[in-house]
Design a protein around this ligand. Structure first.
Ligand SMILES: Nc1ncnc2c1ncn2[C@@H]1O[C@H](COP(=O)(O)OP(=O)(O)OP(=O)(O)O)[C@@H](O)[C@H]1O
Ligand SMILES: [Mg+2]
Length: 252
């Protein structure tokens, strides 16, 4: 059974069909990349699944639970996380405090579906933050003010904030955007760790095709709100419809 499945998922903004009948299924432990030209609907798909936007039509199920109509915090507590935008970092707090706050907020949400995930003391929150900072390679910067971090470290801190909610499935929307090659390499290493050591399922939106073809089990291609191809990196690389979508006049 798929961990995450959508059927006929549709999102309209006024007259614009941002998602048109999207059917996807993602298995536990997979890394699926979502690619497509600018404006294809990638971020919208993530926003609809994570409850940030209401869908216009269609079904979404996660581990057998219907997600349609749930609030974002309820979806988070079911085990779906996302790496947040820079705006979610508290610049005046230290790196460690940022991770602890995210972890603490999860623990004290209004309900927890999976109580095995609960942390019941500040000590546990601290231990979890230490583990997360070690995973993202920011353990040496724990006491640095978040605002002082270089760009790539800030982006990895966003990932840690996303991880602090203990997701089983994590959405990452362009985690390497604007990163130097070295920062990108570190982020790819982090993604591998999350898959191999943390046993996570990841949906990655990424414009860097070297990264996509390197880390993905499967690649889904969106074009004008529709899935036009699903396959292994090799299949997608050679798919004429995918090439057409990227060359067909929309800006990359
Ligand atoms: N909140 C919104 N209100 C109105 N239109 C929106 C909204 N969010 C997205 N759109 C439109 O929906 C379409 C899909 O946008 P989306 O951001 O999902 O694309 P994307 O594939 O993530 O693109 P990019 O690669 O540039 O991030 C675009 O035409 C966009 O302008
Ligand atoms: Mg986007």
């Amino acid at each position: 059974m798929a961990l995450l499945e959508t059927r006929n998922l549709t999102k309209e903004f006024g007259g614009l069909q941002a998602l048109q009948g999207v059917d996807i299924e993602i298995a536990q432990g997979e890394l699926v990349s979502l690619i497509g030209p600018n404006g294809a609907g990638k971020s919208t798909l993530i926003n609809v699944i994570t409850g940030m936007l209401d869908s216009t039509d269609g079904q979404i199920s996660y581990a057998g639970t219907d997600l349609v109509g749930l609030d974002p915090y309820e979806i988070t507590q079911l085990g779906i996380g996302r790496s947040f935008q820079t705006a979610s970092i508290f610049p005046g707090l230290t790196v460690r405090e940022n991770v602890e706050i995210a972890s603490f907020a999860t623990e004290h949400g209004s309900f927890s579906v999976n109580f095995f995930r609960r942390r019941d003391s500040y000590g546990e929150v601290q231990d979890r933050a230490t583990e997360l900072l070690d995973t993202i390679g920011l353990d040496d910067e724990a006491d640095t003010a978040a605002t002082e971090l270089p760009y790539g470290d800030k982006r990895r801190l966003e990932v840690a904030i996303g991880l602090a909610t203990d997701p089983e499935l994590m959405f990452m929307d362009e985690p390497t955007a604007g990163m130097s090659p070295q920062e990108t390499d570190m982020t790819v290493e982090l993604i591998r760790d999350l898959l191999d050591e943390w046993d996570m399922t990841i949906v990655l939106v990424e414009h860097d095709m070297d990264v996509v073809f390197d880390v993905s089990d499967r690649v889904f291609t969106l074009h004008r709100g529709q899935i036009i191809a699903k396959g292994t990196p090799t299949e997608i690389r050679d798919d004429p419809a995918v090439r057409e979508a990227y060359l067909g006049g929309e800006s990359e």
